[in-house]
Design a binder for this molecule. Structure first.
Ligand code: SF4
Ligand code: SF4
Length: 444
């Protein structure tokens, strides 16, 4: 490359293919059994799967005006945590009011098993009321991590999605126009983690060998500034131990070459884990780019091509183990996020440089359905009909590219071309390279 390579580091990252998620929550449950099946963290889901549009978990976590997560850019172009300075001081004095309450997560409950059998018959089943795990009392459930899902994501709930509210008239919520998809979420193990920057005790750290972000339980003093500072709300407070806890990317498994529990148990097989090499000296610069629309391409510029001999030499110079470099060469994450640009980050405008990437859902093309009866997987249809995709491109762009529709469209075109190309092959027809070329993609 033109620019000298700075310090090479390795990061374990993940790509999730949203078209394949069926919202079964197996990942959430297996993660819970492995990591948060303890008292003090009943309400905690290191992995959650939210219905979009919807408010997510915790409720409205994307509203950074309210929660002050992530980084802002000062007028002089420097980055500072939104929850820094005065806010941090006030928060430590007033025991941090800037964090979601238990109602925003949800009050965990259990079923009233005795009553299930003895309760008199009612009009609706089940007849027994759930019982709070916090108070032991029967309770009325008003909100949960899957509320949008349970109520089928109707227009009423969808209208409370902060992204829908920001888009205004661009998203139509009438019945014929409704859309939904699932968004599984874990900690992003960010390259520029604002949770680490906001911890007053130095208890949060990013491991240099693989980039996994962890909380040192012995050093944590329970300030909870990390809960405020994380824009994805993926640090949780254990109210029994008084310490912060978070997704560990199953590091004891990663260390012995096993996948995370969520990846291994995913029913849709949609989670790809891999190592990526990046230039640590470019991180701050890429995160501080002035124009939010340019953040996504700027952040891609931080990754290094593991097939480039210069990169491999620099990696060796900087002490990256050879097996990590080899792993990076085979990594689906580099291929999907950087080489083919089909996987996109979640909210790059939070400037933490998240390391979980999403292949956007390629929804049916409404026009194509109506006029041809085809499901819109034909690349030709998609090129003409990008505005009539069932899931509005604007909605996906708000999630993945700070509102810029171009990278989302490019990803969807590539995906559509790949499907058309593969479909011909699967039907025993000759491969047609023109399909790939027309989408600006290499047939390989
Ligand atoms: Fe920290 Fe994870 Fe939140 Fe990123 S997503 S700021 S690494 S807790
Ligand atoms: Fe989606 Fe896989 Fe989780 Fe099921 S296990 S909800 S398919 S990510």
């Amino acid at each position: 490359g033109e620019r000298p390579i700075g310090r090479v580091m390795a990061q374990v990252a993940m790509v999730m293919n949203l078209d394949k998620c069926i919202g079964c929550h197996t990942c959430s449950v297996t993660c819970k059994q492995a990591w948060t099946n303890r008292s003090g963290v009943e309400y905690v889901w290191f992995n959650n799967v939210e219905t979009r549009p919807g408010q997510g978990y915790p409720r409205r976590y994307q509203d950074q005006d309210r929660w002050k997560g992530g980084w802002t850019r000062t007028r002089s172009g420097r980055l500072k945590p939104r929850a820094g300075g005065r806010i941090k001081k006030l928060a430590t004095i007033f025991a941090n009011p800037l964090m979601p309450s238990i109602e925003d997560y949800y009050e965990p409950w259990t079923y009233d098993y005795d009553h299930l059998i003895s309760a008199p018959l009612g009009d609706d089943a089940p007849v027994a009321r759930p019982r709070s795990l916090l108070t032991g009392e029967p309770m009325q459930v008003r909100w949960s991590a899957n509320w949008d899902d349970d109520l089928a994501g109707g227009p009423e709930l969808a209208s409370q999605d902060p992204v829908v509210q920001r888009l205004g008239d661009q998203v139509r919520l009438e019945f014929e126009q409704t859309f939904m998809f699932y968004l599984p979420r874990i900690c992003e193990h960010c390259l520029n983690p604002s949770c680490v920057a906001s911890c007053p005790s130095g208890a949060m750290y990013k491991r240099s060998e693989d980039g996994i972000v962890l909380v040192d339980q012995d050093r944590c003093r329970g300030w909870r500034m990390c809960v405020t500072g994380c824009p994805y709300k993926k640090v949780y407070f254990n109210h029994k131990t008084g310490k912060a806890e978070k997704c560990t990317l199953c590091y004891p498994r990663i260390e012995v070459g096993m996948p995370t529990v969520c990846s291994e148990t995913c029913v849709g097989r949609l989670r790809y884990l891999g190592v990526v090499l990046y230039d640590a000296e470019r991180v701050g610069e890429a995160a501080a780019v002035a124009d939010e629309h340019d953040l996504y391409p700027a952040q891609l510029g931080v990754f290094l091509d593991p097939d480039d001999p210069e990169v491999r030499a620099a990696a060796r110079r900087d002490g990256v183990p050879d097996r990590w470099v080899e792993s990076a060469r085979r990594s689906p994450v580099y291929a999907l996020a950087v080489r083919h640009r089909v996987a996109l980050p979640l909210h790059p405008e939070y400037r933490t440089m998240p390391m979980v990437w999403y292949i956007p859902p390629l929804s049916p093309v409404v026009d194509a359905l109506a006029s041809t009866g085809h499901d819109g997987e034909d690349a030709g249809n998609l090129f003409g009909a990008i505005d009539t995709l069932r899931i509005p491109v604007g909605y996906l762009a708000e999630l993945f590219t700070a509102g810029d529709p171009a990278p989302v469209e490019a990803s969807l075109r590539t995906l559509a071309a790949m499907r058309s190309y593969m479909r011909r092959i699967n039907l025993g027809q000759e491969p047609d390279p023109s399909i790939a070329e027309s989408a600006g993609t290499d047939p390989e």
